[in-house]
Design a protein. Structure first.
Length: 345
C-alpha cells in the first residue's frame, strides 16, 4: 500500500496527463500539492513510483506519465467518481425510454448515448441464439397497395418491412395469411426457416399464391435477419481526435470496420461469469485493443437472450467522469431489458 504522499503524487500526475496529455515535472507538481514539499523529495517519490512500474519517464529530462499498470492502480484505488447529476439521469432515462420495448433499438440508443457522453467509440451486440423462435407475425394495411409486415421473436427481436400488395387485404386474405404463418412459421426456430419452408407453404396458399408469395418471401428474409447476431458500431470517428492513440487509431478503425474480432470478444465475454469489465491496455484480449481502455457489459433478458454494450477509448479517457455515466447507462439498460418488451397474445 502506498503512503498518502505517494498516492497524492500519483493521482496528480495521472489527472494532469489525462487532462493535458503532457508529462508532469517535479517543479510543477510541487506547486500543485496541497502541502509544502521540496522538488528533490518529489523527484525521489516519482522515481519510486517509476520503479514500481506505475509511472514512466519517456525522456531523460522530462516529467513522468502513467503506465498501463499506473492507470489500473489509479482506477482501482484513486478514482473518486464524479457523481451523475439528477439532471443527467433524467436526460439518460428519457433517451432510453423511447425504444424501451424493442431490445435492439434500445441497445442502439444506448450505444449512441454512450458515444456522445464519453467521446469514445461504442458498440452494441446481440449474441446469436439458435433456439430463438418466431413468436408472432402481423400484416398491417398501410394504404396505397402497401402493408407493413412485422415479425416478433420469442427473444424480443422485432423486424419489419413494407410489402407491396396487389389485392385488398380483406378478411379472407388475412385469414389465409395467419393460417399459413401460424402453421409454418410461428414456433419454428429462426435458424430453421429457409426457402424450403416457404416452398412447403405454397400449396396452403391456394389461389392466393401469386399475391401472397412475395409477402412470404419477405417474412423469410426478416427471419433470416433476426436469426443472426447483430453488432453495430457508433462514433468510431471520435477515436481520431484521441491523440494518445497515435497511429494505432488506424488499426482500431480497421478492427471496428471488420467487426469479426469484436464479435469474437462479445461472444467470449457472453460466457464469462462477470457482467461488466474494464480492460486497460494489455488486459484486453484482442491485440488491436492493447493500447485502449475498453468497457463491456453483458445483459440477459427474456430468460435466454444475451446482448452486450461497450465503449472503446484511449488510455487517457477521463475515468472519473466517464465510468459513473457508463455505469448508470448500463444499469438503466439492464433494468429496461428485464422489464420485458412487447408480446403478442
Amino acid at each position: 500500500m502506498l503512503g498518502e504522499r505517494r498516492l497524492a503524487i500519483l493521482e496528480s500526475i495521472i489527472d494532469y496527463y489525462i487532462k493535458n496529455g503532457e508529462p508532469l515535472g517535479s517543479k510543477t507538481l510541487c506547486e500543485m500539492l496541497p502541502y509544502s514539499v521540496s522538488s528533490a523529495t518529489v523527484r525521489n517519490e516519482m522515481a519510486f513510483l517509476t520503479g514500481l512500474g506505475l509511472l514512466e519517464q519517456r525522456h531523460t529530462s522530462g516529467g513522468r506519465v502513467p503506465t498501463k499498470a499506473g492507470y489500473r492502480y489509479y482506477v482501482d484505488n484513486l478514482v473518486d467518481n464524479k457523481p451523475v447529476s439528477d439532471y443527467e439521469k433524467q436526460l439518460i432515462d428519457e433517451a432510453l425510454s423511447v425504444n424501451a420495448s424493442d431490445p435492439e433499438r434500445l441497445l442502439g440508443d444506448a450505444a449512441t448515448l454512450l458515444s456522445e457522453l464519453t467521446g469514445c467509440a461504442s458498440f452494441y451486440a446481440t449474441v446469436k441464439d439458435p433456439l430463438d423462435c418466431v413468436q408472432g407475425v402481423e400484416l398491417i394495411p398501410a394504404g396505397n397497395s402497401k402493408a407493413m409486415l412485422v415479425m416478433l421473436s420469442v427473444g424480443g427481436k422485432i423486424k419489419s418491412s413494407v410489402c407491396k400488395v396487389k389485392v385488398p387485404l380483406d378478411s379472407e386474405f388475412l385469414k389465409t395469411f395467419y393460417s399459413v404463418t401460424n402453421e409454418y412459421f410461428v414456433g419454428v426456430p429462426l435458424s430453421d426457416i429457409s426457402l424450403s419452408v416457404v416452398q412447403s407453404a405454397v400449396p396452403a396458399l391456394g389461389d392466393k399464391v401469386f399475391d401472397m408469395l412475395p409477402i412470404m418471401l419477405s417474412l423469410y428474409s426478416l427471419c433470416s435477419e433476426a436469426a443472426d447476431g447483430v453488432i453495430e458500431i457508433k462514433g468510431e470517428t471520435k477515436l481520431i481526435s484521441q491523440t494518445e492513440l497515435g497511429h494505432d487509431v488506424y488499426r482500431l478503425l480497421v478492427l471496428l470496420a471488420g467487426k469479426e474480432k469484436l464479435e469474437g470478444l462479445v461472444n467470449s465475454f457472453a460466457k464469462a461469469k462477470i457482467n461488466t469489465a474494464l480492460f486497460i491496455g494489455d488486459e484486453n484480449p484482442v491485440y488491436e485493443l492493447k493500447n485502449t481502455a475498453t468497457v463491456i457489459s453483458k445483459f440477459t433478458y427474456n430468460d435466454v437472450q444475451t446482448a452486450a454494450l461497450g465503449i472503446i477509448g484511449s488510455l487517457r479517457i477521463d475515468y472519473k467522469a466517464i465510468l459513473p455515466r457508463v455505469d448508470y447507462i448500463m444499469k438503466t439498460v439492464s433494468n429496461l431489458l428485464k422489464e420485458g418488451g412487447v408480446r403478442y397474445e
